[in-house]
Design a protein around this ligand. Sequence first.
Ligand code: GAR
Length: 191
Amino acid sequence: MVLGVLGSGSGSNMQAILDAIEEGTLDARIGLVLSDNPDAFILKRAEKHGIETGIIDCRGFKTKFPEEAQAETALRLQEAGVELVCLAGFLRLVKWPLLDVFPQRILNIHPSLLPAFPGLESWKQALDAGEREAGCTVHFVDEGMDTGPIILQESVPILSDDTAETLHARIQVIEHRLYPAAIRKVGRAVL
Ligand code: GAR
């Protein structure tokens, strides 16, 4: 199974996917890593492992993922032979035409118990709302923001002395196990 990964930040989830592949618990390879942020650490991590990388040119838009950029991204992923696209800390909304080129083939990891707290910094939203548990979700991407059918989800208790940082760190420990497991599940079912 050839994976393409899109990320905007540190890439610890991409690293967890790579580790699972290297440990032999995920039968896949990462064919291409793309980022909308030229300075993102995810690119350095990928290069260290000899994985092809590239920059997504979002035409100066800060948050929008313009149609031309989505079309270019789809083409690059296709050229790399990608079968399944994994969003790993990618902070732009994927829509047409990328979604249509990879129908039911784009996954996202989100740091909340969806449908609760979509959007940015969800762990902070859960903390501010006085929730007693947070969590993370891997789901198929559709036209909405952090919507789409859920593949796997796991909860994390919120402790009385949690800060945004400690809570996010505990959620990430779960994310790093959950994402490879979700990719395995989808790979068995649809590819
Ligand atoms: C992860 O916690 C991921 O769930 C979150 O960004 C972080 C990326 O970390 N994604 C979202 O909030 C998407 N809405 P990473 O770059 O270390 O994998």
